[in-house]
Ligand binder design. Structure first.
Ligand SMILES: *Cc1c(COP(=O)(O)O)cnc(C)c1O
Length: 230
């Protein structure tokens, strides 16, 4: 299946209000342009250097979503243009994003990443640490960020019920946090969950954004990618 056929299939499957973020990490600017030409404008990347290189070469009306682990000292590299950072997992990172966005006179949208999977390797706040941070800190006090919701990744497992359980718990947490801390905010509306293998379950369980890579662009080839970006 080619890129545009994959996108139109997805569009037909996804409810119209669910945002499709094409995860283009490891894929070439040419592949991104193919997706762009179908009308898609939301693209997700997980490495700052790769994102900066691609952003320079690609149209300005792309809305770039950063979805990978973000080191604090790299925030400044993407602050001039990044639309949403899905992977905020500490207060220090939140503060740095606010600072760098301020230097650019911009507002950067952020999502708090919540650890819902069983794997120890996945990043993110636990539901408890996220809640605790919000009890101690008012994100409204940071003028250059806008907290738009939560992001999470389910366990990598063929056990669909496990995946569903994790997405469901993230959605419940999203609603609780929304009503406890963002009742007066019109921006806290996004629940970013679901990838190639589990987006259907995620949508069932309340996702408003899905982050889909391999379904659209095919398998990622890291070696090939490194040659293209350098
Ligand atoms: C790579 C990645 C995706 C997309 O994964 P696919 O399985 O290729 O759809 C989504 N979210 C995050 C955080 C990723 O790192």
């Amino acid at each position: 299946m080619n890129i545009s056929a994959a996108i139109s299939r997805l569009r037909n499957q996804l409810p119209p209000e669910v945002k499709l973020i094409a995860v283009s990490k490891f894929h070439s600017p040419e592949a991104i342009m193919e997706a762009y030409k179908t009308g898609l404008r939301l693209f997700g990347e997980s490495r700052t250097r790769e994102l900066v290189a691609k952003q320079k070469r690609l149209p300005d009306d792309i809305e770039w979503h950063f979805i990978g682990t973000l080191q604090r000292n790299k925030v400044k590299d993407i602050a001039p243009f990044v639309h949403t950072i899905h992977s905020v997992d500490s207060l220090q990172l939140l503060r740095e994003i606010d600072k760098q966005a301020g230097k650019q006179s911009r507002i950067i949208r952020v999502l708090f990443e919540i650890h819902i999977a069983k794997e120890a390797s996945k990043q993110g706040f636990t539901p408890e640490t996220c809640r605790k941070m919000l009890e101690e800190e008012d994100p409204g006090a940071y003028p250059n960020i806008r907290v738009c919701g939560l992001m999470g990744m389910a366990t990598f497992t063929p056990d669909k019920e496990q995946v569903r359980k994790e997405f469901r718990s993230l959605c419940t947490l999203f609603r609780t946090i929304q009503s406890s801390f963002f009742a007066n905010s019109s921006s806290f509306t996004e629940l970013s969950m679901g990838m190639t293998d589990d987006y259907e379950i995620a949508v069932d369980e309340g996702a408003t954004m899905v982050r889909i890579g391999s379904y659209i662009f095919g398998e990622r080839n890291e070696i090939k990618h490194l040659k293209q970006v350098r």
